[in-house]
Design a protein around this ligand. Structure first.
Ligand SMILES: Nc1ncnc2c1ncn2[C@@H]1O[C@H](COP(=O)(O)OP(=O)(O)OP(=O)(O)O)[C@@H](O)[C@H]1O
Ligand SMILES: [Mg+2]
Length: 204
């Protein structure tokens, strides 16, 4: 390979007011093309909803945006950081991005409080006391103060989903990705949680 062909591509020009930019993003699983030439620009402070039938690639798309899946083609820039195969870019992006997973993905061996404290302690360097105060604040906001010592297996589906929402908010990320975040919630909680992340947006 010549020196010329091994040069990295020029940085993608992304306007300063764009938080997430995708151009021509491709993702394949074997022969299945889950994402085909996706272009997307999400502005700072903007909230967007991606709708589509089951299996159309919604989860795949947001998993690519926080680097949980490696895209096979096209380019993804998150808060000015391009996701590439270079070491460290995924970690850099994850500092900026919180995610509520479709299937919650709580750590089964940690109780609700510990699930919320873990990332702020590991990634933000908070002390145990600071992380606990923060976690309690967000767990109280989703009315789980009485359940903080319970392990996920002893929480209802809706309670687990609220822990997952509190856990994402505890990282106070600049960008939040929600994958069907109210699927296990009743209409009342669905409305309350939507209000909660509207407030979060105002706070950043
Ligand atoms: N790890 C994987 N290995 C192989 N195929 C996968 C994998 N993850 C997803 N797929 C396939 O990619 C396609 C898109 O899946 P994805 O989970 O992104 O869909 P979705 O739009 O989120 O669906 P749903 O609304 O049911 O959650 C599906 O056909 C799925 O079977
Ligand atoms: Mg999905």
């Amino acid at each position: 390979m010549s020196a010329l062909t091994s040069m990295p591509p020029a940085p993608l020009a992304v306007p300063a007011d764009v938080a997430i930019a995708l151009t021509g993003v491709e993702k394949r699983y074997g022969t299945h093309r889950a994402l085909a030439g996706i272009d997307l620009a999400v502005g700072r402070g903007e909230r967007i909803v991606i709708c589509g039938p089951s299996g159309s690639g919604k989860s795949t798309l947001i998993r690519c945006i926080n680097g949980l899946e490696r895209h096979d083609g096209g380019r993804i820039v998150v808060n000015g950081i391009e996701l590439t195969s270079e070491d460290g870019t995924v970690q850099d992006v994850r500092q900026e991005v919180g995610m509520v997973f479709q299937h919650f993905n709580l750590f089964p061996h940690l109780n609700a409080l510990e699930n919320c404290m873990l990332a702020p302690r590991l990634n933000r360097g908070l002390s145990r006391a600071q992380a606990e105060t923060l976690a309690m604040k967000h767990l109280e906001r989703v009315h789980l103060a009485d359940h903080v010592r319970k392990y996920p297996g002893r929480l209802s589906g809706g309670q687990q989903q609220r822990v997952a929402i509190a856990r994402a908010l505890c990282m106070e990320p600049r960008i939040l990705l929600f994958d069907e975040p109210t699927s296990a919630l009743d209409p009342e909680w669905s409305t309350r949680c939507s209000a909660s992340w509207r407030n979060w947006r105002r706070a950043v």
